[in-house]
Design a protein around this ligand. Structure first.
Ligand SMILES: [Zn+2]
Length: 151
């Protein structure tokens, strides 16, 4: 059984503080989590045969206002091509927190200052939330600019 208190960021910083606040206004049992074909994850409720939702990353980032940016229905086509991942989402969010929506660790969430532990060598780090390990690499990039130059 899902209990909101489990996701308290004061107990574990892997949980999003803004998502925790957002959850106060919703019943976890009614929430449906969908993954769009694009990979974007939405959370919301089914109401009158429509899915009213919001991007979960925007909630993690703190853009969750009720009046300014409330839940909105998504198009039928987008809903039809989405996959219901509600059970997967909650069990994984419980285990690895915000990393559930950012497996490549590219995002920058609010309150994520203590996400990594950096090794003494300073070229390796470990995610404190999911345990993934990373190494620092340098890559060379060639940039070719093309444009008109007066001759
Ligand atoms: Zn992680």
């Amino acid at each position: 059984m899902l209990i909101k208190a489990t996701f308290n960021p004061n107990k574990n910083p892997k949980y999003s503080a803004s998502f925790f606040r957002w959850l106060r206004g919703h019943s976890i049992k009614e929430l449906v989590v969908m993954r769009a074909r694009s990979g974007a994850i939405h959370i919301g409720v089914m109401r009158d045969q429509e899915y009213y939702c919001k991007s979960i990353i925007s909630i993690f980032r703190g853009y969750y206002g009720y009046t300014v940016n409330p839940l909105r229905p998504i198009s039928k086509e987008r809903f039809d091509t989405s996959t219901n991942i509600t059970d997967w989402f909650w069990s994984n969010y419980e285990q690895i927190g915000m990393c559930v929506v950012d497996p490549d660790h590219k995002g920058h969430f609010l309150y994520s200052g203590k996400q990594y532990t950096i090794d003494q060598t300073e070229d390796r780090r470990t995610c404190n939330w999911c345990g993934d390990k990373f190494k620092m690499v340098e890559t060379e990039k060639t940039i070719i600019n093309r444009g008109w130059v007066k001759i």
